[in-house]
Design a protein around this ligand. Structure first.
Ligand code: SF4
Ligand code: SF4
Length: 235
């Protein structure tokens, strides 16, 4: 369904409302380059120019209430082609950040809440996580050429620490095996961590910078605890 906004009386606009936003939104020349390259332009009436115009007219509340910022994939293609160097994905993210957290669409905010409370988006208990890692490692070890394979957890002083996307210990465990096998063949010294292993940081998508900082800080803590110098953050 196409989203539409009520008719706006231009004489009643508070055009200074978003003036301090630092994304160069006021210099848009509506050339349409962004819309031409945007992979989701047209979905539910979305067009990056519409969001730019809402903000440049000071219609912050309408931008925040709109579904359009949540249709954007944050791919950045628009920014690459914009002749006015308007920072469209950053502007979209800023709009998302202004949404009440309870009104964030889908499961994104619930996932962040779970990650902040438990260390992962799934609320997966530590013993279940470790069981899954060990179980999948045993499957790898049964394959020719991978005899004796193990997936280390909390190996102190390893060369690489890997975070894990939660779906890899949920519905996509087969995908763990690909990079584990590469490590094995390459003779890499690596480890998983037993806590705060979550490799996604959904605060990035919802505009929750505080959550992003906490999640990143936890990964750093794991590196320090395990004395690992290199991080592989596949997400
Ligand atoms: S490409 Fe830039 S200047 Fe052109 S319409 Fe889009 S935001 Fe405006
Ligand atoms: S960042 Fe968003 S608005 Fe820009 S091209 Fe990608 S999906 Fe479209």
């Amino acid at each position: 369904m196409t989203e539409s906004l009520p008719v706006i009386d231009l004489n009643k606009l508070d055009t200074g409302q978003c003036k301090s936003w630092p994304f160069s939104q006021d210099v848009c020349v509506t050339c349409g380059m962004c819309a031409s390259t945007c992979p989701v332009s047209g979905i539910d009436g979305f067009d990056p120019r519409k969001l730019i115009r809402l903000v440049s007219l000071g219609l912050e509340a309408q931008a925040v209430e709109s579904r359009w910022p949540w249709i954007c994939t944050m791919c950045g293609k628009c920014e690459n082609v914009c002749p006015m160097e308007i920072r469209i994905p950053a502007l979209v993210r800023n709009i998302r950040a202004l949404r009440d957290r309870d009104a964030v669409p889908g499961h994104i905010h619930q996932g962040i809440t779970a990650a902040l409370e438990t260390g992962n988006n799934l609320r997966l208990p530590k013993e279940d996580y470790e069981f899954i890692i060990e179980d999948v490692a045993e499957e790898v070890a049964e394959e020719p050429g991978f005899e004796g394979f193990t997936a280390p957890i909390d190996k102190k002083g390893a060369n690489i620490l890997c975070t894990i996307h939660n779906k890899l210990v949920n519905t996509h465990t087969e995908d763990l095996k690909h990079w584990w096998k590469i490590f094995h063949v390459a003779g890499e010294d690596w480890t998983n961590c037993s806590e705060n292993w979550e490799g996604t940081s959904w605060g990035y998508f919802s505009g929750d910078d505080d959550a992003v900082k906490i999640m990143a800080g936890r990964i750093v803590e794991q590196m320090e605890r395990l004395e690992v110098k290199t991080l592989l953050w596949p997400e």
